[in-house]
Write a protein that binds this ligand. Structure first.
Ligand code: ADP
Ligand code: MG
Length: 350
């Protein structure tokens, strides 16, 4: 190689070394900031908690994560519709008969559910249980829609009477026989918030509580940057629709692609319109970002049922609530402030 050849070769080498060095500096993290990750199956999904903290040792972080899982399990054992002995199960069994003693968690969830129900004009309604228990979205192959007469009868039961609950007496009562609570559209969000509070109480400030894609994201990654969260594409399995940059926010998605069956060429999924008793038809998915997972969870279900037009109006009038709606035709609709969570170089993919 001639001398000028060597010069250019060395210059190129130095440039590559500099680029590699700079990117390493950017992505490298100080020692003692490993992310600890623990998985557990609960609430019908895989829940993953990730956390890191510079001031706590690994054992302490693991103990805190464990306490967060314990708290989530308590929520599940109180609010599951299917678990025999759960408080919700007892409330449903006692419909039209007697009041049931409930925990402050159940009362708190009913209170938020009632608020979201009012905000959404009844699109979100935990009394949906009267209808939802007729449907089976678990066995994709054998499933078929329930008898239309049974659906019509159950729909009438939904709005027949209010859920009676009181924080002072700590009781819940369904006044009409056949009424049923289903907290499936909100309990997971509440469990995520409860876990997040347990982690914060243990002194952790940087974590993700991820319940099958619904999550609360706290603090930052070890490199000081916001957490990156992928939002799934409702039709292209395994693909992401966009990536969000988040800190101290809940992000929850309701979609028609998770629990559904196809019968005579039609897709039937688990988000039901209380007005008809059938799956809501306006959206493919709704992703809500809010300060708490409980409200984000209920709102995602509510906006899904309301459909893009009314759903967007609701999100735009609520503070600290943003949403990304994918309409039934695949069109993407973003609430006014949603863009703040998208990285500058990225957009929502078609
Ligand atoms: P996921 O359970 O996949 O997180 P959602 O948060 O959208 O999804 O909740 C769907 C669940 O909410 C259903 O399985 C059912 O238990 C309940 N649900 C369905 N329709 C409604 C509704 N209109 N209002 C309140 N809860 C609902
Ligand atoms: Mg929900």
């Amino acid at each position: 190689m001639k001398r000028t050849g060597w010069f250019w070769f060395l210059l190129l080498f130095a440039a590559i070394a500099a680029i590699v060095g700079v990117s390493f500096f950017y992505e490298s993290t100080p020692s003692g900031t490993d992310i600890i990750k623990v998985d557990n199956f609960l609430l019908g999904t895989l829940v993953e908690i990730k956390a890191w903290d510079q001031t706590l040792d690994e054992e302490a972080v693991r103990a805190s994560i464990q306490s967060a899982f314990d708290a989530m399990r308590r929520v599940e054992s109180e609010m599951s519709v299917n678990m025999k002995g759960s408080i919700v199960h007892q409330i449903n069994d006692s419909a039209g008969i007697s009041k049931v003693g409930a925990t402050s968690s159940v009362i708190a969830v009913l209170d938020i559910a009632e608020r979201v129900s009012e905000l959404s004009g009844g699109a979100f309604d935990v009394r949906i249980g009267a209808v939802s228990h007729l449907w089976d979205f678990t066995s994709q192959k054998a499933a078929r829609p329930p008898d239309p007469k049974a659906i019509a009868k159950a729909v009438r039961l939904i709005t027949l009477a209010s859920v009676e609950f009181s924080a002072t007496t700590g009781t819940v009562y369904l006044p009409v026989k056949g009424m049923r609570l289903d907290l499936g559209g909100i309990a997971k969000g509440y469990a995520i918030d409860v876990a997040s509070k347990a982690l914060r109480k243990a002194g952790l400030g940087n974590f993700i509580v991820d319940a099958g894609g619904d999550m609360f994201v706290a603090g930052t990654r070890p490199n000081g940057r916001k957490w990156r969260i992928g939002v799934r594409h409702p039709r292209r399995l395994g693909d992401l629709m966009c990536t969000l940059l988040l800190s101290d926010r809940a992000v929850v998605t309701s979609g028609d692609y998770e629990r559904f069956f196809v019968y005579e060429g039609r897709r039937y999924h688990h988000i039901l319109d209380p007005a008809t008793g059938y799956p809501a038809t306006g959206c493919q998915s709704v992703t809500v970002i809010a300060k708490e997972a409980t409200t984000a969870d209920a709102l995602a279900t509510a906006i899904f049922v309301m459909g893009p037009e009314r759903g967007l109006k609701l999100a735009d009038r609520l503070q600290d609530v943003e949403c990304l709606i994918v309409g039934a035709d695949g069109a993407r609709i973003l609430s006014r402030g949603f863009g703040q969570y998208l990285p500058a170089v990225m957009a929502v993919s078609p």
